[in-house]
Ligand binder design. Structure first.
Ligand SMILES: [Zn+2]
Length: 161
């Protein structure tokens, strides 16, 4: 079998006074995501999709929030370490499709930078990284700006097969 599909989802609360990191990019906003790491919901969803594609568990297994070495860690490091696990198994990424659900801020101006960051880490081109965004039309926790969600789906390809 040369192809493997993976999916990931992640949630974080939003709070005043935290930095908002999304897709490895710091976005100016009065609220940011809370969590043990920098709480980058998009990069965490991609980590889970990578791990899921090879049935390697989830991000909590590999980077437990009880481990102080991961406190406030840059999630780009977590994504790089996760991708190293995938590479060790001989796989590379074909493409990634993601969706972020949040009410505010508008992330469109930052999507290009996010795609660049993610493509560089996962050794694909920017064209292979899709980042979409939607509001929930003010419904639920995302609509009330209490939190945000990211979904990721990706395809891996076994090289030399
Ligand atoms: Zn997370």
């Amino acid at each position: 079998m040369s192809y493997r599909i993976g999916s990931g989802v992640d949630f974080h609360k939003l709070a005043e006074g935290r930095d908002l990191w999304l897709g490895g990019v710091k976005i100016p906003h009065h609220k940011g995501a809370t969590g043990h790491s920098d709480a980058d919901v998009l990069l965490h969803a991609i980590c889970d999709a990578l791990l899921g594609a090879l049935s390697l568990g989830d991000i909590g297994v590999h980077f437990p929030d009880t481990d102080d070495s991961f406190k406030n860690i840059d999630s780009k490091i977590l994504l790089k370490r996760t991708f190293d696990l995938i590479k060790k198994e001989g796989y590379s990424v074909v493409n990634i499709d993601t969706t972020i659900c949040l009410e505010l801020p508008k992330i469109k101006p930052y999507v290009g930078a996010m795609r660049k960051v993610i493509a560089a880490i996962l050794e694909v081109t920017e064209k292979d990284v899709s980042i979409k965004a939607t509001t929930t039309e003010k419904m639920g926790f995302a609509g009330r700006e209490e939190g945000l969600v990211a979904y990721a789906t990706l395809l891996l390809f076994l090289k030399d097969s």
